[in-house]
Each structure stands twice: as C-alpha cells, then as structure tokens.
Design a binder for this molecule. Structure first.
Ligand SMILES: *Cc1c(COP(=O)(O)O)cnc(C)c1O
Length: 384
C-alpha cells in the first residue's frame, strides 16, 4: 500500500543506479536514458567533476540562509551573466520559482498587471505560473486563477499585434515549447515579441527552464536568434540534478527586488550552487556547445532517415539535443516499446515522443538509440 499521493503516472521500473547515459533498474536491466531527468542531467548521471564539487562542498558547509553572503552565488551568477543578456541573478530552487520571480518582477517594475503568454505553454505549477500556463488541463479545478493573464496562439503574429498595447507588463515565451510538444517559436515571431515589448515598455521574458543550459547547442536557446530578453529564467539543467533555479535580469531591474521584497530559504544554497558551478564550467564552453549542436544535427538528420516510410510519424522537430517526434495516437505505445527495448523517452503533449539525451551522449549511443527506434517503428507499423 502506498502512502504517496498518486500525483504521477510512473513507469513500472525502479532505477537503482545511474552513470553517464546509462541507468540500471532493480532487476539489473540497463537502459539508455534519453530523458535525463527531463533535461536536468545534461552532463549525464553523476558527472565526476560535478560529483567532486558537491562532495567538496559537503565537507565545508551545507546551509546558511541568504542572510549570509556566499561567493559561490557570485561565481555562478557571473557565469550566467557572462553567457546571457542579463546583468543580475536571483537564485531559487525550481523552474516555477524562477518564473514566479519573473512575474512578480514584471508587475513591480512596470507597475502594470497584464501578462501575455501562449497557448500550449508550460511555465510551472504554482498559482502564478499555473495561471501563466496556457493549458486548461493544468488549471482545471484550481480556479479562480491569478487575473490578468492573456493566452495567445503561439507563432501567430497577427494575434500578437492585435493584443499588444501599453498596458502589458510582460510577454513570457518559451523559445521551444517543451511540455507542449517540442514546438519551436518562429524567428520572426520572437523578433516581433521583442520589438513590441520595446515599444510598450513591456518586459520580454524567455522561459528557458527546459531549453537553457546548453540543451539546444547554445547557453540559452534565444541565442540562436538575434535577441536580448529582459529576463531569462533557468532551472532544470542548471544543477545537474540538485535543485536550483535562476532568474537572470537586465540592470534596469536591479532595484526592483530590494531587501524584504522577495526571497527564499533554500534558494541558492551552497550544495546546489557547488553543483551549478561545476556544471556551467563544463557546459558554457564554445567547443562543448558546438559539439552539442553537431550531435543534435547528426541525431535529427539520421532520425529523419529512420522514420521515412512510416506514415504515422508526421514530423521531427527540435534543436540541438531537444527533439520531438510527432507520431499521433501511437505515442504511448512507442514510448512503452522503446522502454522494453532499453531506451527511455518521454511524452510531450498528447502526440509527441520527446528525446532529451544528456549533452554528453556519444555518437555510438545515438546510433544505438536510432536502431532501437527503427525496430520499434517497424513493430508498430506491422498490422496486428
Ligand atoms: C519544467 C518547466 C517549468 C517548471 O519547472 P519546475 O522546476 O518543475 O517548477 C517551467 N517552464 C518550463 C519551460 C519547463 O519545462
């Protein structure tokens, strides 16, 4: 009998050990992990440099509270600022908290209330971030929601232009919708968001909780475009599995969160930050990021070949190592069969199989995954 709320639909395997791209279940079966804790373990499981950094910090101090200065926070913040359009960082524990901070920042800084987000977006499960999330199934039963959120169709330029005016505090957008189905924003759409924000003293917020920290082959996915967002939120990949989130903002925002205005007990704690420091030291490196881009193109290109001839696969989308395979009603069956054959993948929306291998995945592991996928597509295509 379980003493847990049945909050999650869980796989029926229990992972007992993990190293790099490979995880081992309680029966001793091994799997290629192309979930990576949902884009969290970007360096694979238990990367030695990250483990060492955490272990060293464990010997020094675990927790103090943000009443004490912490040079680790300064070091990680300077890494994030150096590799983004931001100038200052607020640390928290999760993606939802980073977005929550961004929403509070937007209202306080602009003294306006309205926030534009997009249909099929995902921004988190707290009241503000659930209200920002443009999906009814996530909001159902929890109303009334926080007021003044407007959900526009994604990639719809005309709807955006019509909805925009000086009363909008912020536009919050995912550069690639992750939970919504691995759907990239069009370049011109993102550019128009930035232009409209500039004209109306509106903050341009990119939610990079899933796309950030090297996932797409850039430090942040917006850097594939010529953009300079006011706020960038990050979390998932930042701590390689330890809980840490960050809201990165431009200099003009610095005075908005003065002492007493916003805060957190655990956010930016020494153990998580030791993990983040070692993680960014590896990922925020041009050669490493170029390699992610190359592996991503290789994977997408080969996958396009593999799915040829299977009519139920209607699209391959993504960037870098964030890849979605649109396969309609077959989604759940494909994910189950992939798992049986030793490849862990996850759904995105109702019809997409999502692939999020660690950024350290090898070409051999990509090839192994591709051959498992080929076998499964063949089986699914067979008449029953
Ligand atoms: C996962 C995710 C979040 C929420 O992060 P949590 O750490 O689960 O609170 C927010 N935005 C995006 C784009 C995400 O993928």
């Amino acid at each position: 009998m379980t003493h847990l709320f049945p909050t999650y639909q869980r796989f029926d395997i229990e992972i007992k050990e993990a190293s790099g791209t490979v995880v081992t279940d309680s029966q001793g079966n091994t799997y290629l992990d192309f979930i990576s804790g949902i884009a969290v373990c970007n360096l694979g499981h238990r990367h030695p440099a990250v483990q060492k950094s955490i272990e060293e910090q464990l010997q020094k101090v675990w927790h103090l509270s943000n009443l004490f200065p912490l040079s680790l926070q300064e070091e990680v913040a300077s890494q994030l600022v150096k590799h983004s359009s931001g100038d200052a960082v607020f640390f928290c524990n999760s993606g939802a908290e980073a977005n929550e901070a961004a929403i509070k920042m937007a209202r306080k800084y602009t003294n306006k209330q309205k926030i534009i987000t997009f249909k099929q977006s995902f921004h988190g499960r707290t009241f503000a971030t659930m209200s920002a999330t443009g999906q009814e199934k996530i909001q159902a039963g929890f109303g009334p929601l926080l007021p003044e959120f407007i959900y526009l169709p994604y990639n719809d330029m005309k709807a955006l232009q019509e909805a925009m005016d000086d009363s909008v505090a912020a536009i919050m957008v995912e550069v690639i919708q992750g939970e919504g189905g691995v759907v990239p924003a069009e370049a011109a759409f993102l550019q128009e968001i930035q232009n409209l924000c500039k004209q109306s003293d509106t903050l341009f917020i990119v939610d990079e909780v899933q796309t950030g920290i090297g996932r797409t082959g850039k430090a942040f996915a917006y850097q594939h475009h010529n953009l300079s967002p006011d706020i960038i939120t990050a979390a998932k990949g930042l701590g390689s599995g330890l809980p840490v989130g960050a809201m990165i903002g431009k200099a003009k925002l610095i005075d908005t969160f003065g002492p007493g205005s916003h805060g957190t007990t655990f956010g930016g704690n020494p153990i998580s930050l030791a993990s983040a420091k070692a993680t960014l030291a590896i990922i925020f490196d041009d050669v490493f990021l170029q390699d992610v881009e190359k592996k991503g193109s290789y994977f997408i290109h080969k996958l396009e070949k593999v799915v040829e001839g299977y009519a139920f696969v209607t699209a391959i989308r993504g960037n870098g190592l964030m890849i979605g395979m649109e396969c309609g009603e077959q989604q759940a069956l494909i994910i189950e069969k992939l798992r049986e054959k030793g490849l862990l993948t996850l759904p995105a929306g109702p019809t997409v199989v999502r692939l999020l291998p660690p950024l350290t995945v090898t070409y051999e592991e990509i090839d192994d995954a591709l051959s498992i996928m080929k076998e499964v597509l063949e089986e699914v295509a067979l008449p029953v």
